[in-house]
Design a protein around this ligand. Structure first.
Ligand code: TYD
Length: 139
């Protein structure tokens, strides 16, 4: 898995004069994994960064349900920054991809769909350790 596997995904949208509706289902084309957990990040003080880790095996889809923020992705060598500001656009982040969330607007909500239940053992929280793992993988 690498940055080339990262995908910006347009979620289904049902436009309606009463207000629009989007949805995500397991097994649908818009979700390249089965979800096991949903969590969300909110009330982020100005200037704060969240995430700052990679997962060994978890797949995630990150959506800005409200407001906006940036998703900074890295494979240890290259970086990609994606600005999310629509509740019908998600970023698919494959396993072994470093990610940070920053540049949160006031009242933003980051919703994350994960392919796994919470497991601290699936985290790589040290960027130098992550880079070493990635470098060893290509040797
Ligand atoms: P963490 O994943 O470190 O936050 P961030 O998304 O900013 O990297 O999670 C923060 C704390 O919340 C940590 O103690 C673990 C706990 N947590 C759960 O208990 N369940 C979860 O699903 C998540 C995502 C975190």
């Amino acid at each position: 898995m690498a940055l080339t596997d990262v995908e910006i995904m347009e979620l289904p949208r049902i436009n309606d004069p009463r207000g629009n509706l989007s949805f995500i289902e397991n097994g649908a084309r818009c979700l390249p994994f089965d979800m096991a957990r949903v969590y969300w990040i909110y009330d982020v003080p100005g200037g704060c960064m969240r995430h700052g880790h990679a997962f060994y095996s978890s797949h995630e889809l990150i959506v800005a349900m409200s407001g906006s923020f940036d998703v900074l992705l890295s494979d240890g060598a290259e970086q990609r920054r994606i600005h999310l500001c629509r509740s019908y656009t998600g970023v698919y982040v494959p396993p072994m991809t470093w990610r940070e969330l920053d540049n949160f607007s006031t009242n933003s909500v980051a919703m994350v769909l994960s392919s796994s239940l919470y497991d601290e053992l699936d985290y790589i929280r040290d960027f130098e350790q992550y880079k070493t793992i990635m470098e060893d993988a290509v040797r």
